[in-house]
Design a binder for this molecule. Structure first.
Ligand SMILES: Cc1cc2nc3c(=O)[nH]c(=O)nc-3n(C[C@H](O)[C@H](O)[C@H](O)COP(=O)(O)O)c2cc1C
Length: 204
């Protein structure tokens, strides 16, 4: 493995969740570069039904920060007592909760659906499969540009309220909020279960 942030394998192995972000603005050109990477991802039947919202407006960020605060606070209350070894994550998640509106840009990946059978966005044939590869493209491209980013979903827990804030039509569903900015801390390698724990041959 090389140690260059432009090397794909290096980037994959060093794309950690980066939650503490500086308030310094990220140029529009760079945000569009991230979305261009996302836009190269696959979609079921090549529908190309993904769209992205760039949120930089202070009022909009404040509204999403409030939704995120409510969901994160209720999640953390449970996580702190039940998962003590995750102290580091909990501190970082709290930091981001308390500074969410200062993050320079929030990217919202969305999919447009053909119809609204109950819960289609979650369980439909292609569901999130048409957006998660694009999201990963954003995370990897952000890392290669030395930008911090993290995949978050808690801020969408109150889905109707989030859709209202974002002005989303009925058939358009948001899947995540990706806070993007220049990192305060250092990048490091991800820590994952070893291959022998996760690989099965021919059957479980
Ligand atoms: C489906 C999904 C939802 C997530 N939601 C949140 C979230 O709401 N808030 C947050 O801070 N991190 C969220 N994360 C980030 C995970 O906590 C993070 O990817 C995991 O702890 C691994 O971190 P690491 O890559 O730094 O090791 C989410 C990740 C995934 C895959």
């Amino acid at each position: 493995m090389t140690t260059e942030a432009t090397d794909l394998s290096y980037v994959i192995h060093h794309s950690r969740a980066m939650r503490r972000l500086k308030p310094d603005p990220v140029p529009e050109k760079v945000l569009l570069e991230l979305i261009d990477a996302a836009n190269q991802g696959p979609t079921g039947s090549n529908k190309q039904n993904a769209s992205w919202i760039i949120v930089r407006d202070a009022d909009q960020k404040q509204k999403l920060a409030e939704l995120n605060r409510i969901a994160v606070s209720s999640y953390i209350d449970g996580a702190e007592s039940s998962v003590p070894h995750r102290d580091g994550i909990v501190r970082a998640v709290k930091w981001q909760r308390d500074h969410f509106a200062e993050i320079p840009a929030l990217l919202i990946p969305c999919l447009t659906f053909d119809s609204v059978p109950a819960d289609n966005w979650r369980t439909g044939a292609s569901a999130g499969g048409s957006i998660w590869p694009a999201v990963q493209n954003v995370l990897l491209t952000a890392r290669s540009l030395e930008l911090g980013a993290v995949l978050t979903t808690l801020g969408l827990s109150n889905r109707p309220a989030a859709k209202e804030v974002l002005g989303l039509p009925e058939l358009v569903e948001p899947f995540a909020i990706l806070p993007i900015g220049y990192p305060m801390g250092k990048f490091g390698p991800v820590s994952r279960r070893p291959l022998e724990d996760v690989v099965h041959y021919n059957r479980w």
